[in-house]
Design a protein around this ligand. Structure first.
Ligand SMILES: Cc1cc2nc3c(=O)[nH]c(=O)nc-3n(C[C@H](O)[C@H](O)[C@H](O)COP(=O)(O)OP(=O)(O)OC[C@H]3O[C@@H](n4cnc5c(N)ncnc54)[C@H](O)[C@@H]3O)c2cc1C
Length: 357
């Protein structure tokens, strides 16, 4: 019987999924369709497992996988980052309860996100923490509102941080879509509409100790923040490379725009140089000091500017063709703006860097 046993089809790679599933759907995702099945397929292909062990090479592997999707679609790359960030926190947690979820999210069986924009800003003294909690029994009672959390639908999990009356901060895992953790899609964005981005209203939710990621988030966040920010670079690298390819495929525009200041070769060279810096920074991701974090932020800033400048260069090359509604370079330009505004935004990073200048 062995001879007649069916040979299991070889699993598809990230490149296969991007080519076969993602590229044909770019317009509908841009219009707002959340690519749930693509994200699960990417998980089955191993896109979210690279960084589970916390090695520098693993971080780079996760970034490279995200960049492959980002070459085509930033919405998908951003959802991958949401998923990757969640896996990152769970895998770095010292709580057995939280760690029990690692495998499901690393393989894409479960999908979820991260509500850490507000805490990242709170840790920088930019705004107060939006969630507040109190100890109750073997857990915490939590309330508050997060304006936007992505990669969410009912039943998806996300990480959030709340403060206790004594000022201590706790990080936990919440399930979206119940009465206590209600979600509502109440905004329309100029891009990134297909990212399952919702407002989260936490109304006296009960977080059991089994779902705590860190009882002392103040000590935990410095351990995960370099990885959190470095992972985001996959979005910008992918977008820049995708734009370079778009410019190169446009033979007429390339000829007419050959004297423009930024062309595909330079974009690709800058992306490669940044990737080398990211690889070096990944070696130091576990260092908790402020100087290392500031280096990570500088790198993240440079990735944002590459994404913005690359997308702008494509617009200049395409001219009026790019200015037509529905044009590809304009989709990439709208997406590139997001790389620069998602926390830590250019505004946030420049504030941090100005403090040490
Ligand atoms: C499509 C989309 C998806 C998103 N997904 C997520 C997600 O998954 N998870 C998540 O947590 N967040 C998410 N966000 C939120 C995002 O990361 C930002 O936090 C949010 O867009 C607001 O950031 P902002 O820089 O525009 O801040 P603002 O809205 O400009 O500022 C917020 C507050 O901070 C103050 N402030 C801002 N910058 C400074 C500064 N430099 N110095 C002093 N005060 C300052 C402002 O005055 C204001 O009070 C998403 C946003 C979008 C648009």
């Amino acid at each position: 019987m062995v001879a007649s046993a069916r040979i299991a089809p070889s699993p598809r790679t990230v490149a296969d999924i991007v080519r076969e599933d993602l590229r044909p759907r770019l317009a509908v995702i841009d219009a707002g369709q959340y690519p749930d099945d693509v994200l699960r397929a990417l998980g089955a292909a191993g896109a979210y497992t690279h960084h589970v062990e916390g090695s520098p090479a693993g971080l780079l592997g996760a970034i490279d996988a995200m960049a492959q999707a980002g070459e085509a679609c930033l919405s998908t790359a951003f959802c991958m980052w949401c998923q990757d960030a969640l896996v990152w926190y769970l895998a770095r947690s010292e709580e057995q309860g939280a760690r029990r979820h690692v495998a499901a999210f690393a393989h894409g069986a479960g999908l979820g996100g991260t509500g850490l924009s507000n805490p990242m800003k709170a840790f920088s003294g930019i705004e107060p923490l939006a969630l507040r909690g109190e100890r109750e029994g073997a857990g915490y009672r939590v309330r508050g509102r997060l304006p936007w959390v992505s990669n969410l639908a009912p039943g998806h999990l996300f990480a959030g941080i709340f403060s206790l009356p004594d000022g201590q901060r706790v990080m936990g895992l919440f399930e979206a879509g119940s009465e206590a953790v209600a979600i509502a899609a109440n905004a329309r964005f100029v891009a990134l509409e297909g990212t399952g981005t919702v407002t989260v209203m936490v109304r006296d939710a009960y977080l059991a100790d089994a779902d705590v990621i860190a009882h002392d988030a103040g000590a935990f966040v410095p351990r995960i923040r370099n990885g959190f920010v470095l992972l985001q670079t996959g979005m910008g690298l992918g977008l820049a490379r995708g734009v370079a390819r778009l410019m190169r495929e446009d033979a007429r525009g390339r000829h007419d725009g050959r004297f423009l200041p930024l062309g595909p070769e330079t974009i690709e060279a800058r992306a490669e140089a940044l990737r080398e810096r990211i690889a070096a920074a990944a070696e130091r991701h576990a260092e908790t000091d402020r100087a290392t974090f500031l280096d990570t932020l500088r790198l993240r800033l440079d990735v944002s500017f590459l994404a913005l400048e690359a997308a702008q260069a494509a617009m200049l090359q395409f001219g009026a063709r790019g200015y037509l509604e529905g044009s590809e370079p304009f989709r990439r330009l709208r997406e590139a703006q997001f790389v620069a505004l998602i926390t830590p935004s250019v505004k946030h990073i420049t504030t941090e860097l100005a403090r040490v200048a």
